[in-house]
Design a protein around this ligand. Structure first.
Ligand SMILES: Cc1cc2nc3c(=O)[nH]c(=O)nc-3n(C[C@H](O)[C@H](O)[C@H](O)COP(=O)(O)OP(=O)(O)OC[C@H]3O[C@@H](n4cnc5c(N)ncnc54)[C@H](O)[C@@H]3O)c2cc1C
Length: 380
C-alpha cells in the first residue's frame, strides 16, 4: 500500500475514506475542498466499480420518501448540487423529465397521494396529467393519468465519479487502488486503519476520522470496528435489481423516463433512457443472500408484462439481458422503507468513525449532499 507506507502515520492524513464509489469520492471532494488531508482506500483496481456503475443513472427529484427523511432532504439538495455541477463541469446529463403513470382508476388515487407527498417534499415542479395530455406527450404510452416531474433527469454516472475524483485530487487527496481495508481499531480519539494491497503485507495508518463509504461492504467495515448489526440497530439486506435492454426497434418510443407506481421494495420496473437514447427496462426487486450479477433469462416474460402494462406494443423478444445491481437495503421484503443511516460516535460510540449504511437509491443523486452532511457532522 504505497500511499499508506509513504504517509507519516501521525500527521499526514486527517480523513481516510473507505470506498471509491460515487459517495466516497463525493466525500473526498468535499473534505479535500474544505482543506482536509484525505486518503481514499479502494479494494478494486478502478473507481466506481460496484453499485455506482450498476444503477439507472437517474437524477431523482425527491418524490417518493417521507417528508424530513434523509433520503428526501439529501435527494432534493443533492439534485440541485448535481445539476449545478453537471452544468459547470460539462458532465453529460439531460433533464428530460419523468412520468409516473397510473394505468387505471384504482391507481389514480395512489398517484394523487404520491403527488401530494412529492409537493410536501420540495421535489420541484410537478404536474398531474389526464390521459389526453399524457397522450399528447407520449402517444405510445397507455395510462389513465400521470404525474410529470420535469426536474428528473439522467446523468453519466461514470463521468460524475471521475469529476469527484478529479476535484478531490485537485485539492490534494490521494487514492490508493487495490487496497482492501481489513482492520479498524480505536487509538484514543483516533482510528488505526489496516489495509492490504495484492501480494503485500498489511499496512496501517492512523487518522482523525474514517468515513465508511464501503457500500455493500459497509457493515463488514463497521464490524471491524467492533460494531455488529446488533449494536448498530440495523442490518443489511441485499436486494438485486436486473435490467433488460430494449431492442433498437423501439428507440424513440418514449422521450421521458417512464415509471409505474412504486412497489414494496423499489420504484417498479421502469423505462430509462441512456444519454445515447437507448432504452432499458428495470430494475426488479429480488432479495438475495449474497451479491451476484447474473440475469435470470426466465424473468423475461415477467419484465415484458410489467412494461406492457403501460407500453402495450412491447413484445417479449424485444428484451435482452443487460446488467444487474445490488441495493444495500436496511429493510427486508416484509417492510417498505428504511432511511439512510449516517451515524457518528454519538450514535455508535466509536470516536472518529462515520458509518454510511444503506446507501441505496437515491444515493447517486444525493452523493454530494451526503458528503456535505457528513462534513457537517464532522465539523469540517
Ligand atoms: C439497481 C439500482 C438502481 C439504482 N438507481 C439509482 C438511480 O437511478 N438514481 C440514484 O440516485 N441512485 C440509484 N441507485 C443508488 C446508487 O447507485 C447508490 O446509492 C450509489 O451508487 C452508492 O454509492 P457508494 O459509493 O455508497 O457505493 P459503491 O459504489 O458500492 O462504492 C463502495 C466502494 O467501496 C469499496 N469497498 C468495499 N469494501 C471495501 C474494503 N474493505 N476496502 C476498500 N474498499 C472497499 C467497493 O469496492 C466500492 O468501490 C441505484 C442502486 C441500484 C442497486
Amino acid at each position: 500500500m504505497a500511499t499508506v507506507n509513504s504517509a507519516r502515520a501521525d500527521d499526514s492524513v486527517e480523513t481516510v475514506i473507505i470506498g471509491a464509489g460515487v459517495v466516497g469520492l463525493a466525500c473526498a471532494a468535499v473534505f479535500a475542498r474544505r482543506g482536509q488531508r484525505v486518503l481514499v482506500l479502494e479494494k478494486h483496481g478502478r473507481v466506481g466499480d460496484e453499485t455506482s456503475s450498476r444503477n439507472s443513472g437517474v437524477i431523482h427529484a425527491g418524490l417518493y420518501y417521507p417528508q424530513g427523511a434523509l433520503k428526501t432532504t439529501l435527494c432534493v439538495r443533492g439534485r440541485e448540487l448535481l445539476y449545478a455541477r453537471a452544468a459547470r463541469q460539462g458532465i453529460p446529463h439531460r433533464k428530460l423529465g419523468k412520468l409516473i403513470v397510473a394505468v387505471d382508476a384504482a391507481e389514480s388515487s395512489t398517484l394523487e397521494a404520491l403527488a401530494a407527498r412529492a409537493r410536501e417534499n420540495g421535489a420541484g415542479a410537478l404536474r398531474m396529467l389526464e390521459s389526453a395530455e399524457l397522450h399528447a406527450l407520449e402517444p405510445r404510452v397507455r395510462a389513465s393519468a400521470a404525474l410529470l416531474s420535469p426536474e428528473s433527469g439522467i446523468i453519466d454516472a461514470h463521468a460524475l465519479v471521475q469529476a469527484y475524483l478529479a476535484e478531490a485530487k485537485g485539492h490534494g487527496a490521494t487514492l490508493a487502488l487495490r487496497t482492501t481495508v481489513e482492520g479498524l481499531e480505536p487509538v484514543g480519539e483516533r482510528l488505526r486503519v489496516v489495509a492490504r494491497t495484492a501480494n503485500a503485507e498489511p499496512d496501517a495508518i492512523v487518522a482523525e476520522r474514517v468515513i465508511n463509504a464501503a457500500g455493500l461492504g459497509a457493515f463488514d467495515i463497521a464490524r471491524l470496528a467492533g460494531l455488529a448489526s446488533s449494536r448498530l440497530g440495523v442490518a443489511q439486506h441485499l436486494c438485486k435489481g436486473d435490467y433488460w435492454k430494449l431492442t433498437p426497434r423501439l428507440r424513440g418510443v418514449v422521450s421521458h423516463l417512464l415509471y409505474p407506481l412504486p412497489v414494496r421494495a423499489g420504484l417498479g420496473v421502469h423505462l430509462t433512457l441512456d444519454l445515447d437514447g437507448s432504452l432499458r427496462a428495470g430494475p426488479d426487486t429480488e432479495y438475495v443472500s449474497a451479491a451476484r450479477y447474473d440475469i435470470d433469462e426466465t424473468k423475461r416474460v415477467a419484465f415484458a408484462e410489467a412494461v406492457r402494462r403501460y407500453l402495450p406494443e412491447l413484445r417479449d423478444d424485444d428484451l435482452t439481458p443487460d446488467f444487474a445491481g445490488i441495493r444495500p437495503k436496511l429493510h427486508g421484503p416484509e417492510t417498505t422503507f428504511h432511511d439512510f443511516v449516517i451515524a457518528d460516535a454519538a450514535q455508535h460510540g466509536v470516536p472518529g468513525l462515520y458509518n454510511l449504511l444503506g446507501i441505496e437509491s437515491p444515493g447517486l443523486t444525493a452523493s454530494e449532499a451526503i458528503a456535505e452532511h457528513v462534513a457537517g457532522l464532522a465539523g469540517v
